[in-house]
Design a protein around this ligand. Structure first.
Ligand SMILES: [Zn+2]
Ligand SMILES: [Zn+2]
Length: 181
């Protein structure tokens, strides 16, 4: 469903903590190694044949599950890379809940892919753009009624103007290189 609007993370600058993508990839390597070990155990049982092979048949399904596990962990590592790259880039928008650059809050996402649902758009992304900090360039400054300002890309600024009461949206005069505070 497009238009999930419950999660907004705007205080995104600063050091990124948590596991590194490399550490998470290492877990995926271990899952693939486990799959190989399960295959080898079943192969040895198959050589023995008879009741031994029958008893070990569950290892085949377990190996498949371990390979799926590895893919899931690899996707998590890819998402960690995107989070870190955006957090380290002062010119990136960084609002979580990605948008179509042209159409705004129109994205759907499934199985690690995202696409714009606006008729005729056709934009797709090979990652879960909806729940990844927005990598697009900041071009606008949005000020809410309390006076808090956030720099955003054009699509997020348009969305904020429509969804935040009393939001003031101003194009950045000095371009996207300006630092937060
Ligand atoms: Zn679109
Ligand atoms: Zn954005």
């Amino acid at each position: 469903m497009p238009g999930r609007r419950s999660r907004r993370h705007r205080g995104r600058r600063g050091p990124v903590s948590g596991p590194t993508p490399a550490a998470v990839r290492e877990l995926a390597v271990r899952a693939r190694q486990l799959a190989d070990d399960l295959d080898a155990a079943y192969a040895a049982a198959a050589v023995a044949g008879g009741p031994t092979e029958d008893a070990a048949v569950g290892l085949v399904a377990a190996a498949d599950q371990a390979r799926l596990l590895a893919v899931t962990v690899e996707h998590a590592a890819d998402r960690l890379v995107r989070v870190r790259v955006t957090a380290a880039d002062p010119g990136a928008c960084g609002v979580v809940e990605g948008v179509c650059p042209e159409h705004g809050a129109t994205l759907s996402t499934s199985a690690g892919r995202s696409w714009c649902t606006a008729p005729g758009c056709g934009r797709t992304w090979g990652y879960d753009r909806l729940s990844t900090p927005c990598p697009d360039r900041v071009t606008h400054e949005v000020t809410d009624l309390a006076g808090a300002t956030t720099r955003m890309c054009g699509a997020h600024a348009r969305d904020a103007a429509q969804t935040i009461d009393g939001a003031r949206v101003v194009p950045l005069a000095d371009g996207p290189q300006m630092e937060d505070d």
